[in-house]
Each structure stands twice: as structure tokens, then as C-alpha cells.
Write a protein that binds this ligand. Structure first.
Ligand SMILES: C[S@@+](CC[C@H](N)C(=O)[O-])C[C@H]1O[C@@H](n2cnc3c(N)ncnc32)[C@H](O)[C@@H]1O
Length: 336
């Protein structure tokens, strides 16, 4: 039986609750961007391929104190006690999962983090030297130190956690749309990105954020949309623009990558992706599905159900509600 804390994008807790229940995890208390839950599974069996959570803290302990100093010392001592018999050889992440619902708590989070690492330096110099102030290199299960501030005086601490791959990414002045952030984030969640000379077909490309992101890596992009490409995507030597309907587009060649980010019914977009997969038209795909009137958990079920061609044919299928996603899901995969 494990105690778990999940964080998600603020406002999407109802979907996370539903997803947890479908995975036999019982939500206990819900707040903005936060769900504490219980799983009947043995430790180590926490689900690593969920859509809505960004992080899962495994068996968190609650630390309560009323000053920065007292909180920091208690955090350092608890972390040391949990780990004192374990060998630390690799770098480990020290992360504070931001509580975005309490005004002004960010300063408290930073002050405690800074002071806790100072205490840790005194208590356990060798372990503290391996601490890094950033996310791990790849999504998945990790050991480290994760904090979540329920309020100014209550902090959950956990030394084991799952990161599902979401990450805020920085913008590019030449990117024509904020959609650019979604594709950049998707590469990181997938652990792979288009490279020099690869081919990309971008369906629903305009104004060109996704096309621009692949083109700047040296990929050759075919951008399909009746709309116009703008900014860094316009007249880009790596981008060919075709004014066509993506559902009718019938390419003569295959591509390394399929990108698709159209405001269309998600079931139609799923069918389109299945068609591309069945005809071996791409090796990797990143497809955004707008929830629209379809419940997101229904979409997840149809993508991951036993009859799903997308699931059957993908070596690694990840469906995530990304940090930069709104009412949409991002489906990422590599084909066998
Ligand atoms: C959200 S925007 C895409 C943004 C783009 N990914 C970016 O990074 O700038 C959706 C685009 O899908 C296009 N679209 C919608 N239905 C389409 C269809 N059937 N065929 C081609 N393009 C379509 C729209 O014209 C619109 O430009």
C-alpha cells in the first residue's frame, strides 16, 4: 500500500481523479493542481505512464514548522535519515513542486530550498554535493528530494518520485505561435527530436510554430494548411508549404515524422493517425487532440484500448497533458 501525491495543471484535477480511479488509485483529497491518494499496489508498482499528472511523490512525509529555519532544518534531517544507509553515487534532483494556488508562497518555497541545502551541506556534505537544482535528464522513476508546500507551514517531502515529462520550455523570438512551446515540450517528454536531414510532415501547420521548430533543427518540413505561415516559418528554406486539406493529403513519399495540430474533432484526428500508421507513412508522431466535446478519458481509452492500432503498432506510446497544453492532449510515439 503506498501513499501518493500527484500534481497536475491547476484546473485539471477532475480528469486526474478520473484517471487515477481507472488505475486503481483512490484519490483522498483534492486541491488546485494537487491530489493525495492511496494505491493498493506494492511500492515500486506506481503507474509510470499516466497522462494528467506531472509528478507523483511516493510515500511523502509531512513536515510542519512555522519558520523558514525550522522547516529547512527538519527537511534536511528527514532527508538524511531516509537516505543514511543508501549509497549516493549519481547526481540527484532537488525539486520544489510549485503550489500555484497560494499567492506569495513562491518566496517561502525558494527560501526553504536554499536554507535546506545549506543544512544538508553541514549534515551530509557528500550527499549534498551531488544535488542538482533541476529536473532529471529523462522522465520516469527517480530518487531525489521533492517538496510540495501545502501552505506556508506544511511541507510534504518525498525521496522517491515519478516525473511524467512535462516541463516549462522557453520561447523563441522567431517562433510564429505559442504552439511552438508545445512541440518543444513534446520532444523532451518523448526523449527524441527531429534531426538534420530528417523529413517531417506537419498537418495543420499554420502559422508554423511546429514547422519552425523542426526546420531550425535542420529537418525538411512539408507544411500542410490552407492558412499562411508566418515569422520564422515564412519563406524558411527548410519548409515547403502546401495549401491542402490534411484529410485529403495523399503524399507520394513517407516521412520520418508526422506532426498534427488541427482544431478538428479528435476522433477524426485519431482516424487520420491510424491511417498514417497503417500505411507506414511515418516512423515517429506527435499529434495534438483537442478535447472539444469528447471527454479526455474517453480519448485515452480509445488510444490505449486493446483494439487500438496506435497502441499495437507503437514501441513507446506516451499521451500527456503537457505543461503548455490547455484543453488538449499530446500523443507521442515511435513505430516498430
Ligand atoms: C492550432 S493551429 C496549428 C498551430 C501550429 N501547430 C503552430 O505551431 O503554429 C490549427 C491549424 O489547423 C489548420 N487546419 C484545421 N483543419 C485542417 C485541415 N482539415 N487541413 C489542413 N489544415 C487544417 C487550421 O487552418 C489552423 O491553421
Amino acid at each position: 500500500m503506498s501513499k501518493l501525491i500527484f500534481t497536475c495543471q491547476n484546473g485539471y484535477e477532475k480528469y486526474l481523479e478520473e484517471e487515477l480511479r481507472l488505475n486503481d488509485i483512490e484519490p483522498r483529497s483534492v486541491a488546485g493542481g494537487f491530489i493525495s491518494a492511496k494505491s493498493a499496489e506494492k511500492d515500486g508498482n506506481e503507474p509510470k505512464n499516466l497522462c494528467f499528472p506531472h509528478f507523483c511523490m511516493i510515500n511523502p512525509v509531512l513536515i510542519e514548522a512555522s519558520s523558514v529555519n525550522a522547516l529547512s532544518l527538519a527537511i534536511a534531517e528527514r532527508f538524511f535519515n531516509i537516505n543514511k544507509n543508501l549509497k549516493f553515487e549519481d547526481k540527484w534532483s532537488f525539486i520544489v513542486l510549485p503550489n500555484l494556488t497560494i499567492t506569495g508562497i513562491g518566496k517561502r518555497e525558494s527560501a526553504v530550498k536554499e536554507q535546506a541545502i545549506e543544512y544538508l551541506r553541514r549534515i551530509a556534505g557528500r550527499i549534498s554535493k551531488l544535488a542538482v537544482n533541476k529536473l532529471p535528464d529523462a522522465p520516469g522513476y527517480h530518487r531525489g528530494l521533492v517538496l510540495y508546500f501545502e501552505n506556508f507551514n506544511k511541507v510534504y517531502l518525498s525521496a522517491d518520485f515519478i516525473w511524467y515529462g512535462q516541463k516549462r520550455v522557453s520561447d523563441d523570438d522567431d517562433a510564429p505561435s505559442r504552439s511552438y512551446l508545445k512541440i518543444e515540450e513534446a520532444y523532451r517528454a518523448m526523449g527524441i527530436e527531429p534531426t538534420q536531414g530528417q523529413t517531417v510532415c506537419d498537418l495543420g501547420a499554420a502559422p508554423g510554430g511546429w514547422s519552425y521548430s523542426a526546420a531550425k533543427r535542420g529537418a525538411k518540413v512539408t507544411a500542410v494548411d490552407n492558412g499562411e505561415l508566418k515569422a520564422g516559418a515564412k519563406n524558411n528554406p527548410n519548409i515547403i508549404s502546401l495549401a491542402e486539406d490534411a484529410f485529403k493529403f495523399d503524399p507520394t513519399n513517407n516521412f520520418d515524422w508526422l506532426f498534427c495540430d488541427m482544431v478538428e474533432h479528435p476522433n477524426m484526428v485519431i482516424k487520420l493517425l491510424e491511417n498514417w500508421i497503417e500505411h507506414n507513412r511515418c516512423r515517429y508522431f506527435i499529434v495534438n487532440l483537442k478535447f472539444g466535446r469528447v471527454r479526455p478519458l474517453e480519448l485515452l481509452a480509445s488510444l490505449t484500448g486493446n483494439s487500438s492500432i496506435i497502441k499495437k503498432r507503437s514501441i513507446s506510446l506516451k499521451i500527456r497533458h503537457l505543461f503548455h497544453d490547455r484543453e488538449e492532449l499530446t500523443v507521442m510515439g515511435r513505430l516498430e
